[in-house]
Design a protein around this ligand. Structure first.
Ligand SMILES: Cc1cc2nc3c(=O)[nH]c(=O)nc-3n(C[C@H](O)[C@H](O)[C@H](O)COP(=O)(O)OP(=O)(O)OC[C@H]3O[C@@H](n4cnc5c(N)ncnc54)[C@H](O)[C@@H]3O)c2cc1C
Length: 456
């Protein structure tokens, strides 16, 4: 195994951490505690500052066959960043520079340890925007890329994959490679860059990213539309899209969760009427365009028996609503697991009703929030479900339902370490073997994040 002294020779003694109490924070992420993989005892945390240093670490780790785990913001929810074998954690915290916000090519070039919050701020300062908003702004760009994060604002502009145009990557064998660039079109060879996106950190260490930006939307508004009936609420969503309005985001929350989260944050949920809410975020070239979209959304929702419509136009009001939506997971805790299934968007109402029947069968309540226009839901399984010993039965039922409906067991959080056995169940043998072969081509000694994202 690579020793701390070996690593100190590469990065200097200030950037190698071995004291147990200081390595502990690197052994957990945002996975619900009941699903958190058990971390290894002997972990060395190393904090390199350049791709060359990471290259030297990977070469050494390969020689010694020492497992390496890359640590981004630690906001992953599938246990992917947890070091489960004795080895090295590479923390990306010193890769924190934004090299360029290029307003001519509409691209950002940044080191992989820059956080989403930092990128949003830097883009905003140049009148640009980065539309995706996976809930936690502490996530790092490298983590967002390899997890292909989605989040609320995927409806109009898509998930991370749609923004990643270039990458610098240190391969597990130590070579530093550059993929893509500030290019909107690029068809040269097999798309290795897109293999890195959603690789969950098992194919290489991302050190630099080139991301597409958009001009800052001059007009934005956030609507909260209240319904007395959940099915009416979710059925209004395809009707909004059919009417020709493509919002940045359409989120679903019920009253219980909205009030609970607002209380938890010491805030007030703005809607008073109804029990099921759509949060609709609109963007446009100017205020008039957004206003006209809002009128169309309100009209469609009225046809679906909406009982109230609120519109927040000031930035602070809009970000308060988004904050309440983003903090649901923390407010509902302790929870045993948060699922991440998706079904075809047109089948959302059926899926939600069927999950209710599963909950009824087990005599429990399963709160749900979701990126409803994407067909992607987070069913929150509370700790009491784990205490009753029925956690895996309920999960199996919901996963089987999603698959039966042509859906997926994870739409954005990924397989990580917590979902490998489910990937095994729902993937055919040929595809499992291709995934293993790809991993081997990148990482012949299986040193980078073993036990993650593919079936061994
Ligand atoms: C409150 C909250 C809300 C969230 N909402 C959403 C949401 O709406 N949508 C969504 O998609 N996700 C969401 N997430 C999950 C999470 O933010 C994303 O998965 C994010 O992409 C993880 O990034 P990270 O930097 O924290 O990665 P980490 O958790 O540190 O790591 C995740 C994986 O990426 C690898 N990795 C990290 N950095 C690199 C790198 N530079 N090179 C190679 N591998 C790397 C790690 O090894 C690990 O395998 C949410 C999380 C929280 C806590």
């Amino acid at each position: 195994m690579v020793s701390a002294a070996d690593l100190e020779k590469i990065v200097g003694s200030d950037w190698v951490v071995t004291a147990k109490e200081q390595t502990e924070p690197y052994k957990v992420d945002a996975t619900p505690p009941a699903m958190m993989p058990k971390a290894a005892e002997n972990v060395i945390v190393v904090k390199p500052a350049t791709a060359q240093e990471i290259s030297s670490i990977m070469k050494l780790a390969n020689q010694e066959k020492t497992p390496v785990y890359v640590r981004g913001g630690g906001t992953g929810m599938a246990g992917a960043a947890i070091p489960t074998l004795d080895g090295i954690v590479i923390s990306m915290e010193r890769f924190d520079k934004i090299e360029e916000i290029d307003t001519k090519s509409l691209m950002a070039v940044a080191e992989a340890g820059v956080t989403l919050g930092q990128l949003l701020e830097a883009a905003d300062a140049k009148n640009m925007s980065f539309p995706p908003h996976p809930g936690d702004e502490g996530a790092q760009l490298g983590g967002l890329v390899v997890c292909n994060a989605g989040g609320a604002r995927a409806v109009k502009f898509g998930v991370m994959r749609n923004y990643v145009k270039g990458l610098e990557v240190v391969l597990p064998t130590g070579e530093i490679v550059s993929m893509g660039g500030k290019l909107l079109k690029n068809n040269s060879g097999l798309p290795l860059l897109h293999l890195m996106v959603d690789s969950e950190g098992i194919l290489g260490v991302v050190t630099k990213v080139v991301l597409r930006l958009y001009p800052r939307f001059p007009g934005t508004a956030t609507m909260v539309v209240s319904f007395a009936d959940r099915t009416e609420a979710v059925n209004a969503v395809p009707a909004i899209l059919q009417a020709g309005v493509i919002p940045l985001a359409v989120e679903f929350m019920d009253k219980e969760i909205a009030d609970l989260t607002a209380n938890y944050l010491g805030m007030t949920w703005p809607a008073q009427k109804g029990t099921a809410y759509l949060i609709v975020i609109l963007s446009g070239a100017n205020e008039d365009e957004v206003y006209s979209q809002a009128e169309q959304v309100a009209e469609v929702c009225q046809k679906h028996n909406a009982v109230d419509t609120l519109m927040a136009e000031r930035r602070e009001e809009q970000s308060d609503i988004l904050k309440i939506r983003s903090e649901v997971q923390s407010a509902v805790s302790p929870n045993a697991d948060s699922l991440d299934t998706a079904v075809p968007p047109g089948d959302v109402a059926v899926f939600m009703n069927e999950v209710d029947k599963i909950a009824e069968k087990y005599g429990v309540k399963i709160p749900v929030v979701g990126h409803v226009a994407d067909g992607n839901f987070h069913h929150i399984l509370k700790q009491e479900i784990a205490n009753m010993g029925i956690l895996s039965d309920i999960k199996d039922d919901i996963y089987a339902l999603a698959i039966k409906m042509g859906g997926t067991i994870t739409a954005e959080h990924g397989i990580g370490k917590k979902g490998v056995h489910m990937l095994d169940r729902y993937t055919d043998d040929r595809q499992k073997q291709i995934m293993r072969d790809i991993k081997k081509a990148f990482d012949p000694n299986n040193i980078l994040n073993p036990g993650t994202a593919i079936v061994p």
